[in-house]
Design a protein around this ligand. Structure first.
Ligand code: GAP
Length: 551
């Protein structure tokens, strides 16, 4: 039985651009918490709360299901009919130190940092931006960290330095656009005003800083026992390529997926979870014949872009940015970033969600032979011998049908689970108007999460705590719980319960009311359209299942 009883269909408002509102909702409703908060927090580390863990798990499950277990594997490349396979791995976080030498992370995975001698703050050199400004014939380069409110910060710094009040702002004579500190020549150092300094020339020279976290294996802890927390999940896949091929009957093309924690000792973690020191990646290494790798690169780039859109990111806020030749690794035929217009970035700027890279045969060959250099030559030490030994194992592939032997090329779609979670949260946060219990329109906050991602799929309410309504509601709740993550709530006015579920992103609310006692029907309310209709109590599971599939 299904009867429509009320129609309301507010058009979808644009998501908020106010990051503070999103951060506050995340804490208030239990999506995300600052790690170790009672001790003042630990910069760059975040915990997921009761709603957040469900949301992130749903994102990871959607990725695994769509990319691995239920991928469409037949005839996907025009001109290259056939099957390709996808499978998975779960490797350890600590790996043999030689892995990082051959992957290049030991030598090359670093950022340049500068310290401010006055404020004692540390910045990534490539993230400092500024603008030349002159007042009373003194010309300085006022700076800020790129990304957040940089123009306002630069102006505030200049005003403080020249001791100007707001009404004398027009004395600032700006000269040129905002440029990076890295674009200045050495002679400018004496004029640089660091982002948190009051005097000039307080920045140290840039220094290399390796981003891998170090740890020690075993009790003795000598220099040879140093190991690293993995900075990416990808290497576990490369070093197991041969194991997977030998232990399965898969032929190439084959994609091997892994999701799990990665660690980077970021110099300036910031923008909520966007740049964290501990985060989760969802990576695929797709091994294929060198002749078809360019086509597979295009395939994966488009397929990954579509995945984000299918789960609700608007194409207005999503771009696919192909790297220019100067940004690309020497061995790469193509690299593209999927980027999202996160609200903490200035209007028109985008932040990376995922990189899709054509890696050629670089990784497998490095693990066979030793770390390769720019021209795919072995890196030699001062004695002219290879600097890092590879595994010495043959990681090439022999096609048992054609008998051709080759080192496969790799396409790598590499996504961040925390960045995806943040993007879906930002996209979902909206404010619109909904009627309260008295029918008066009130502003509400609603998380319009895709139903596959929503932490709670339906909430069950007894209208009042009497007349047998809670008993019927609990029964309905227990039945629904066998199929979906559902929530039971009997506290406070029903309108307020709706609002709490809107903020949690719950697609449907089911209310057991007076009419339920008469005809065994319940009201279902849709989070987005606010439409309400009645269905038979025994049809709830089917109705919610159908609704979730159709949304
Ligand atoms: N194996 C290739 C690789 O790791 P990457 O561009 O360094 O490539 C891939 O990282 C993805 O991992 C990024 O697109 C981003 O989503 C996520 N990621 C990287 N560093 C991160 C950080 N500090 N905090 C959160 N996510 C991060």
């Amino acid at each position: 039985m299904s009867v429509e009883i009320e129609k309301a269909n507010p058009s979808r408002p644009a998501p908020t651009r106010n990051m503070e509102e999103i951060v506050s909702l995340c804490k208030r409703r239990g999506f995300m918490f600052q790690n170790s908060e009672i001790y003042g927090g630990l910069n760059g580390f975040w915990d997921y709360g009761p709603l957040g863990v469900e949301l992130k798990n749903n994102i990871k499950q959607a990725w695994w299901q769509d990319m691995v277990t239920s991928h469409n594997d037949m005839d996907v490349l025009p001109g290259a009919p056939g099957v390709y396979s996808m499978t998975g791995l779960d490797c350890t976080i600590i790996m043999h130190p030689q892995v990082w030498k051959c992957s290049g992370h030991y030598d090359l995975f670093h950022d340049y940092m500068v310290d401010c001698r006055e404020s004692k703050k540390r910045y990534r050199h490539d993230q400092l931006v500024g603008r030349w400004v002159t007042v009373r014939e003194q010309r300085i380069f006022a700076t800020a960290q790129s990304g957040e409110e940089e123009l306002q910060h630069i102006e505030r710094q200049a005003m403080k330095f020249f001791k100007l009040r707001n009404k004398h702002k027009d004395q600032l004579q700006w000269d040129g656009d905002v440029i990076g500190v890295t674009d200045l020549d050495e002679s400018a150092a004496a004029s640089i005003l660091a982002p948190d300094a009051k005097t000039l020339d307080t920045l140290t020279d840039p220094r290399e800083f390796n981003l891998m976290f170090k740890t020690t294996i075993g009790a003795l802890g000598g220099a040879d026992d140093t190991a690293f927390l993995r900075p990416e999940t990808a290497q576990g896949i490369f070093v197991n390529f041969k194991n997977v091929i030998d232990s399965t009957r898969f032929r190439l093309p084959l994609g091997i997926a892994q999701m799990g924690k990665s660690f980077r000792n970021e110099i300036t973690p910031r923008n909520f979870t966007f740049r964290s020191r501990e985060f989760e990646q969802m990576e695929i290494e797709f091994f294929c014949h060198p002749d078809s790798s360019a086509d597979w690169y295009g395939y994966w780039r488009d397929r990954r872009m579509q995945w984000y859109q299918d789960l609700g990111l608007s194409s207005d806020r999503l771009i696919l940015r192909e790297h220019g030749a100067e940004e690309m690794a020497h061995y790469s035929i193509g690299t593209a970033d999927i980027e999202y217009a996160f609200p903490f970035l200035p209007e028109g700027q985008y932040g990376e969600l995922e990189g899709v890279a054509h890696r050629g045969d670089f990784d497998l060959r490095s693990h066979m032979e030793g770390k390769l250099t720019g021209d795919l030559e072995l890196e030699l030490g001062e004695d002219g011998k290879p600097k890092w030994k590879g595994s010495g194992k043959d990681l090439s592939y022999r096609d048992d049908l054609t008998n051709e032997k080759y080192v496969p090329h790799v396409i790598e779609p590499s996504a961040g689970a925390d960045r995806a979670t943040l993007a879906f949260l930002c996209e979902a946060y909206c404010e619109d108007e909904a009627p309260d219990e008295k029918g008066k329109m009130q502003t509400r906050t609603v998380m319009r999460l895709h139903p596959r991602l929503a932490p709670i799929k339906a909430a069950v309410f007894p209208l009042v705590k009497k007349d047998g309504m809670p008993e019927i509601a609990k029964q309905a709740y227990l039945e629904l719980k066998k199929h979906f993550n559902v929530f039971y709530d009997d506290k406070g006015a029903v309108g307020r319960r709706y609002r709490r579920q809107d903020e949690a992103g719950t697609p449907y609310c089911i209310t057991i009311d007076g009419q339920t006692l008469e005809d065994r029907t319940v009201t279902i309310r849709d989070r987005d359209s606010l439409k309400q209709w009645r269905v038979g109590l025994d049809d709830c599971v089917a109705a919610i299942g159908e609704g979730l599939n159709q949304k």
